[in-house]
Design a protein around this ligand. Structure first.
Ligand code: AMP
Ligand code: MG
Length: 418
């Protein structure tokens, strides 16, 4: 067996960041910027009102209440056409440009209309009141986002607001995902003896997407060497990486092992961890490219844990995430004792991580821990590192890898199987 760290090194040394591409701001969500974004426009582009009210000259409304003559109206989207003079007001709606002559806005709540021609101002305002200056959000020339920033939903809104039509990002990895096994079905048919329903590629396709890459579902491949070889070779010409599930351990029909040993430069590993001891990584040549191949074990929980610990960080590295390729590893308090036996492996228990009233993160088991028991792992938001030995006592501290948001204190919304 090799250590998890050695396995990680073997993988991460072989993957590299994909090329930089120009992409439309509408496609940049989830991508990592490869260059700074510099504003070429002011936001807002012109001074405008922050409230619905009346544009005035501040000097006219120092002694209140006072009455001003209403000389016009300005809605958002309209360009001002009249200039405001002494003793005058213009009705104005949020977002409309400030008319010439005005230097403050009185909000409508501080006014009363007097007939159709006048307005009474009941509160005095200072010059500049309720005016949003041109460029007060973003000024031309500002570095709005630095290279390395991951574009979230708000950030793409900002790209839109500054008219950054295209941005330079690292290309998202396109990842082919397949399951192998004669026993697997996914067509909803009545199971024949020996058959089981497929889960791994359905899960892995979504895990690839959650990692920020693009998944290509290559389906279930029978334990047939020729078919698997053809599928892998064809797919390799169209993807940046391949993720396979099943067939990498010691069984007689572990065709992934047989085929990849023949067609790719693979490292077959037995990692000192549980679940997910068997794992394979290598490079498959496709034309002038080397396509990383992640051979995950078939047991569903092993597949999940193996993807989390080995494939996900590598795929995110390819997508340019740098240090952000990795999950956060945090110190947690283990609420209930977790027993285990010494076996030379680190165990990754699936747990629920939750904020405690003490401001610390606490964990408890998500349920049954067998490598075939996917249901009880499905809502886990952390993998607890239970190092080799007798286990962890209640209230002891340990390290955990957060694989989802920590649950709110007091929430007990997560249902789990025993
Ligand atoms: P293998 O790694 O191919 O020896 O598979 C190990 C175990 O995982 C066996 O019980 C398989 O039936 C099961 N298994 C393999 N692939 C899948 C899959 N895609 N979905 C559900 N179970 C699977
Ligand atoms: Mg199999």
């Amino acid at each position: 067996m090799i250590s998890l760290n050695d396995a990680r090194d073997a993988v991460w040394q072989q993957v590299s960041v994909l090329p930089v591409i120009k992409c439309s701001y509408t496609d940049a969500y989830g991508c990592v910027l490869a260059a700074d974004v510099i504003a070429i426009e002011n936001v807002p582009p012109f001074a405008n009102t922050a409230v619905d009210g009346y544009a005035v000259r501040a000097q006219d409304v120092q002694a209140v209440p006072c009455e001003l003559r209403v000389v016009g109206e300005l809605a958002a989207g309209a360009a001002p056409i009249i200039k405001l003079g002494a003793g005058e007001a213009i009705r104005i709606m949020t977002g409309a440009p400030i008319p010439d002559g005005a230097d403050a806005i009185v909000m409508v709540e501080d006014t009363e209309r007097v007939g159709s021609s006048h307005v009474r101002i009941t509160v005095s305002v200072r010059s500049g009141a309720a005016i949003r200056a041109a460029g007060s959000d973003v000024t031309t020339g500002d570095v709005v986002f630095r290279a390395g920033t991951v574009m979230n939903a708000v950030a793409v809104g900002v790209l839109s607001s500054i008219n950054a039509r295209t941005v330079q990002v690292y290309r998202r990895a396109v990842v082919g995902v397949l399951s192998t096994g004669d026993e697997l079905v996914d067509d909803g048919s009545v199971l024949k003896m020996g058959q089981i329903r497929e889960s791994n590629r359905t899960m892995l396709v979504r895990m690839v997407q959650e990692a920020g890459a693009t998944a290509v579902d290559l389906g279930i491949i029978k334990d047939d060497e020729a078919l698997l070889e053809r599928t892998l070779r064809d797919a390799a010409t169209q993807v940046d990486a391949l993720v396979t599930s099943g067939g990498v351990s010691m069984g007689d029909y572990d065709v992934v092992k047989i085929v990849l040993s023949r067609i790719a430069d693979m490292k077959w590993m037995q990692i000192a961890m549980k679940p997910a001891k068997p794992f394979a990584f290598g490079l498959l040549t496709a034309g002038d490219r080397l396509v990383p191949v992640f051979g995950l074990p078939g047991n569903p929980v092993s597949s999940m844990v193996s993807f989390e610990l080995l494939a996900r960080p590598a795929l995110r590295t390819m997508c340019g995430h740098g240090a952000g390729a990795h999950r956060q590893r945090v110190r947690v308090i283990v609420d209930e004792a977790i027993k285990r036996k010494r076996d030379g492996k680190v165990h990754f228990n699936r747990v629920f991580a939750q904020w405690g009233d003490d401001g610390r993160v606490h964990v408890r088991s998500s349920g049954a821990q067998g490598s075939h028991q996917l249901a009880s792992s499905s809502m886990a938001n952390a993998l607890l590192e239970v190092t080799d030995g007798d286990g962890v006592e209640a209230r002891e501290q340990a390290w955990a890898l957060l694989i989802g948001p920590v649950l709110a204190s007091g929430s007990n919304s997560v249902e789990c199987l025993g």
